[in-house]
Design a protein around this ligand. Structure first.
Ligand code: FAD
Length: 499
C-alpha cells in the first residue's frame, strides 16, 4: 500500500518500532482499521528497538509468574537460580536511579502491567529467552542471575522486530515505509488526522485517532546540542538515524505539554571508533559494560567515577555523560587477567578498540592520549587502597571497596596487578533522550492547559516523566510495550466512541 492510496482510516500509528507495533496490535484487536507510518525504508525498519539486546524487566514473584513470559524447562528450574523481582524491587529501582523524580502514576502503570503485557505479546507470537550470557554467572556450578533482569526477547532486538512485523503483516495491518508523519490535523482542538510525506509528496490521512510512537530526539545533533548541552552534538548515536524528535515536535505544535528530563539522556560507554549511527550488524556490540570490574581512566591518567557503585544495570546509562565530560570525550577501561574471563561478549567482537600488554608501562604506552606517569601513579594508589580482607564476588554487591581515595570504588575493587592487561577505549554513545510529552495513565497526550488533546495518544521513548538522570536496564522495551498497548487500545476506543 502507498500513501496516495490512503485518505482515511480509524487509527494512524506513527513509527514502526516496538511501542508503535504494540499499539497497532492492540488497536487492531479492538476492531478498528489501523495504518502504520514509518519514516525509514523497510531494510532499516524497527527504530531503536531493532538495535537492542532485547533485555527486559518485569515483575515475577515466583517461577509460575516467570513462566507466564519465559518458558523455563524443568531442568532449568532445578539448575538455575532466577531469583524473584517484586513490584517493590521495580519501584525501588525506578525511584533510586531517577532520584525519586519518576512520575508515580506512570511508574505504577508500567510496573503493574509489565508481566501481563509481555505475556500478551507472547500470546501474539513473540518469544523470550533467558539472558545467561549477560545477566548471570556460574556459582558452584549453578547459574545465578543478578540485577533483577533475567530474560530478553528471543533473537534480541532484531528477533523482536521481525516477530512484531510478522504479526502485523499476518493481521493485515499495513506499514507504509519511507512515509513520515509531518503534522497533525486538528479541528476545534481535536486531532482528526495527519499530514504525511513520502518521497517528497505530502498528503492528508483523516483519522479518528493518532498514536505517536516515533522515538525521541537522540538522532538529531541540533536538538541534542540545544537541549542536552555542549558536546552532545558530538556523541555517537547507538541506534537508528531516524529518531529526529518528529513525534515530540508534532505533539508540541498541537499544544502538548512538554514533560520529563529534557536535558537528560540515556548514554553509555561506547567504542571510541564506532560509526556515527548504529550499525545493524554489530548492534549493541559497541557497548563496553563490564566496567564494574575495571578502572576507568581519562586523558589525564585519572579515575573519574565509582566504577563499582552498583550493578552495571543501574549505572551504565548515566556513565556515558561522565565520559562525555572528560577531556577529549574518551576513557580507557583497564582490566587485569583476574577479571578478563568475566568480560561480556561485546569485548570479543572484531570491531573493538583494544590494547593488550604484559606490563602496565607497556599498556600505558599503547593507551593513546593518556598521561602515562599519572596513569601509573593512579594504579599504584588504587592498588594500595583496595580492601584485601573482603572477598571478590561478581554476583552480589560484594562490598569489596577501596579506602581513602577521592574517587572511591564501592564494589568489585580488585587490584590491577596480574598480567596480561587489557584496555578498551570508549566515548559517549547516546541511546535515547528522556524528555518528551506528558501523557495520562491511558497514554492520552495532555495539553499545556492540563486537558487531554482529544484523539491524540503517545507511547515509547517520546513519553516524558519516566526517566530522569538514569535508567534501570531493560525498561525501555517494556515501557514501550505497556504504553503502546494502552495507547492502541485507547485510540481504538476513542475511534469507536465517535466523539
Ligand atoms: C543500542 C541500544 C540498545 C538498547 N538495549 C535495550 C535493551 O536491551 N532493553 C531495553 O528495554 N531497551 C533497550 N534500548 C532502548 C530501547 O531501544 C528503546 O527504549 C525502545 O526501543 C524505544 O521504542 P520506541 O518504539 O519508542 O522507539 P523506536 O524503536 O526507536 O521506534 C521509533 C520509530 O519511529 C520512526 N519515526 C521517527 N520519526 C518518524 C516520523 N516522522 N514518521 C514516521 N516514523 C517515524 C523511526 O524510524 C522508528 O522506527 C536500547 C537502545 C539502543 C539504541
Amino acid at each position: 500500500m502507498l500513501l496516495k492510496d490512503v485518505t482515511e482510516t480509524d487509527v494512524v500509528i506513527v513509527g514502526a518500532g516496538n511501542a508503535a507495533v504494540c499499539a497497532a496490535m492492540a488497536a487492531h484487536e479492538n476492531g478498528v482499521k489501523v495504518i502504520v507510518l514509518e519514516r525509514a525504508p523497510e531494510v532499516e525498519a524497527g527504530g531503536n528497538s531493532f538495535f537492542t539486546a532485547g533485555a527486559t524487566r518485569f515483575v515475577f514473584n515466583n517461577i509460575a509468574e516467570l513462566r507466564e513470559v519465559l518458558d523455563v524447562s524443568a531442568d532449568e528450574e532445578r539448575n538455575v537460580d532466577f531469583g524473584v523481582y517484586t513490584s517493590e524491587n521495580f519501584f525501588d529501582d525506578m525511584g533510586r536511579v531517577t532520584q525519586y523524580r519518576c512520575d508515580p502514576d506512570l511508574t505504577e502503570t508500567l510496573i503493574g502491567n509489565s508481566r501481563s503485557t509481555l505475556a500478551w505479546m507472547k500470546k501474539k507470537g513473540v518469544k523470550f529467552e533467558p539472558m545467561y550470557g549477560r545477566q548471570a554467572h556460574k556459582v558452584d556450578g549453578r547459574f545465578k542471575f543478578f540485577g533483577g533482569q533475567v530474560c530478553a526477547f528471543w533473537g534480541g532486538g532484531a528477533g523482536l522486530v521481525e516477530s512484531l512485523h510478522k504479526i502485523a503483516k499476518t493481521a493485515g495491518i499495513p506499514i507504509l515505509y519511507e512515509t513520515a508523519g509531518v503534522s497533525l490535523i486538528q479541528e476545534a482542538g481535536k486531532v482528526v488526522g495527519i499530514v504525511a510525506e513520502s518521497h517528497g509528496i505530502q498528503s492528508k490521512i483523516m483519522a479518528k485517532a493518532v498514536v505517536l510512537a516515533a522515538g525521541g530526539f537522540e538522532s538529531n545533533a541540533e536538538m541534542r546540542a540545544r537541549y542536552l548541552g555542549p558536546n552532545w552534538d558530538l556523541a555517537k548515536v547507538r541506534g537508528t538515524r531516524f529518531n529526529m524528535g518528529d513525534g515530540i515536535n508534532m505533539a508540541l505544535r498541537a499544544g502538548a505539554m512538554p514533560c520529563g528530563h529534557w536535558s537528560g539522556a540515556h548514554a553509555v560507554g561506547w567504542d571510541m571508533n564506532a560509526p556515527t549511527f548504529g550499525d545493524r550488524v554489530v548492534g549493541d556490540g559497541f557497548q563496553k559494560h563490564s566496567y564494574p570490574y575495571s578502572i576507568m581512566i581519562n586523558a589525564d591518567g585519572e579515575r573519574f567515577v565509582d566504577e563499582g557503585a552498583d550493578f552495571r544495570n543501574f549505572t551504565y546509562a548515566k556513565y556515558g555523560l561522565d565520559v562525555l565530560k572528560q577531556p577529549g570525550m574518551f576513557s580507557w577501561q583497564v582490566y587485569d587477567s583476574k577479571v578478563i574471563p568475566l568480560l561480556r561478549d561485546e569485548y570479543r567482537i572484531k570491531q573493538v578498540t583494544k590494547v593488550e600488554a604484559n606490563s602496565l608501562e607497556e599498556l600505558a604506552d599503547k593507551m593513546e592520549g593518556v598521561n602515562k606517569n599519572r596513569f601509573l601513579e593512579t594504579v599504584k594508589h588504587f592498588n594500595a587502597a583496595v580492601r584485601k580482607d573482603i572477598p571478590f564476588n561478581s554476583v552480589i554487591k560484594d562490598g569489596k571497596c577501596t579506602q581513602g581515595l577521592a574517587v572511591p570504588k564501592s564494589n568489585w575493587a580488585e587490584t590491577i596487578d596480574k598480567p596480561p592487561y587489557q584496555a578498551y577505549a570508549v566515548t559517549c554513545g547516546i541511546t535515547f533522550t528522556f524528555g518528551g510529552v506528558k501523557v495520562s495513565t491511558k497514554a492520552a497526550v495532555q495539553s499545556v492547559a492540563g486537558r487531554e488533546i482529544p484523539g491524540l495518544f503517545a507511547a515509547g521513548e517520546m513519553v516524558g516523566g519516566l526517566f530522569y538522570f538514569n535508567y534501570p536496564s531493560g525498561t525501555g522495551l517494556v515501557s514501550g510495550a505497556v504504553f503502546g498497548r494502552i495507547a492502541g487500545t485507547q485510540a481504538a476506543l476513542h475511534a469507536k466512541s465517535g466523539v
